[in-house]
Design a protein around this ligand. Structure first.
Ligand code: FEO
Length: 400
């Protein structure tokens, strides 16, 4: 049975939820599941905007048939070719062989790479920046959004009803529980963390490209945003766009200290805990700690984008940085983290090398300053080093 939901008189959500998938992209945990959104515009022409992941294809095809009400599909707009959205293109075309694919030239090449379809050129309507497609009452305009999140990504803007189909942008992890609109839930309380984790991990590397698209979007009148994952936005758009602007600019959202430690037997953790207490004693209220061996890196990446001051504490291991911390720091390098103030604390029973190597990795990050003193402990913190931690806590507070 179909479970489509009306967005406007002639626009429908026909996506589906997956609450079984353990890891999105085989990397990111999904404690709340994920939705794959596809949309149907039922104009004089029928238009399907993207498909879904093959895991939810059964529901999707029931929804597609219901939304079409017996009509044939005229256009399939492909905004993004990652398989969580493009997986069902071939089957859509099997059912609707006369449907035209509306996409850009790079998408056309990717369709040929992913599917053995041998479609004739006439089956494609190739579009580029600013091109439009008239479907009857609606005029759809295409906005190229390269690297948000893949190079072929584009957005579709319905100039008639002011709807932006934003591809991965403005997406959120989490299945939709009947409420498909962000204004139907307490988004800031229940979903903002997952939106941030989605953005920072999936698109976070491409801040300049996201900023370029936000600039284009600023010139459009937007009544609603329909992303490929998570909630549809029809109220409070400015609030969410503002979050994106901050994330894309690598600006911290909150004054606060994130302390991440990698500790083998607890001595490094002990030093990190003492530093947290010293910060609290100096009036810092927004302190968050993660054990890098316990918390999945995607949550720490999201918090590193959220907090202005970061402390990394790690033991030495195999002559380098304790492996989970080593992986995390390289992950943050890959995600282009910038504009932060950072402190390091390291430990080593002999040849303590983690501190030097952590600082070498951090030095790759743009516009990041290291707060002194850098503290190195030998096996366990000594009484004498309490004053070093005091000095570090003072220096952290001074720069906040
Ligand atoms: Fe949800 Fe880049 O795909």
């Amino acid at each position: 049975m179909h479970n489509i939901r009306k967005i406007t008189e002639d626009l429908f959500w026909l996506g589906a939820n997956d609450r079984r998938l353990a890891l999105f992209e085989n990397v990111y945990p999904l404690p709340l599941g994920v939705s794959y959104n596809a949309y149907m515009l039922r104009d004089e022409k029928t238009v399907l905007l993207d498909t879904v992941d093959s895991a939810v294809s059964g529901q999707f095809f029931e929804n597609l048939a219901a939304a079409l009400q017996g009509r044939a599909l005229d256009y399939l707009i492909v905004n993004h070719m990652e398989p969580d959205h493009c997986a069902e293109i071939a089957r859509v075309l099997q059912i609707h062989p006369a449907a035209k694919i509306v996409c850009n030239a790079q998408t056309k090449r990717m369709i040929a790479q992913f599917f053995d379809l041998n479609l004739p050129d006439e089956q494609y309507v190739l579009v580029k920046e600013g091109d439009t497609l008239n479907t009857g009452r609606h005029i759809l305009q295409f906005i190229m959004a390269p690297m948000v999140h893949w190079p072929e990504v584009m957005m579709t803007y319905d100039a008639t009803d002011k709807t932006l189909f934003s591809a991965d942008a403005f997406g959120t992890f989490g299945a939709l529980n009947g409420n498909i609109f962000a204004d139907e839930v307490d988004f800031a309380r229940d979903y903002l963390d997952e939106a941030r984790r989605y953005y920072t991990n999936i698109v976070g590397k491409y801040g300049p490209q996201v900023q370029a698209v936000l600039k284009k979007a600023a010139g459009l009148e937007i009544a609603r945003i329909c992303p490929l994952h998570g909630f549809i936005w029809r109220q409070n758009l400015g609030w969410f766009i503002e979050k994106y602007a901050k994330w894309a600019a690598y600006e911290a959202e909150e004054k606060g200290v994130l302390i991440v430690y990698g500790s083998i037997y607890g001595h490094t953790q002990n030093a990190a805990e003492i530093l947290a207490l010293k910060l609290a004693e100096r009036g810092v209220k927004n302190i968050k700690m993660h054990d890098v061996s316990v918390t999945h890196a995607s949550y720490i990446v999201a918090d590193a984008f959220k907090f202005g001051t970061l402390v990394f504490a790690a033991a030495t291991y195999n002559g380098g940085i304790f492996t989970p911390m080593d992986n995390l720091l390289r992950d943050l390098t890959a995600h282009n983290l910038q504009n932060r103030r950072m402190a390091t604390l390291d430990n080593g029973t002999w040849a303590a090398l983690a501190g030097k190597q952590m600082r070498e990795e951090i030095a790759k990050w743009k516009n990041c300053t290291v707060i002194e003193p850098q503290i190195s402990i030998k096996s366990a913190l000594t009484d004498a080093q309490q004053s070093d931690l005091d000095a570090l806590a003072n220096a952290i507070v001074a720069q906040m």
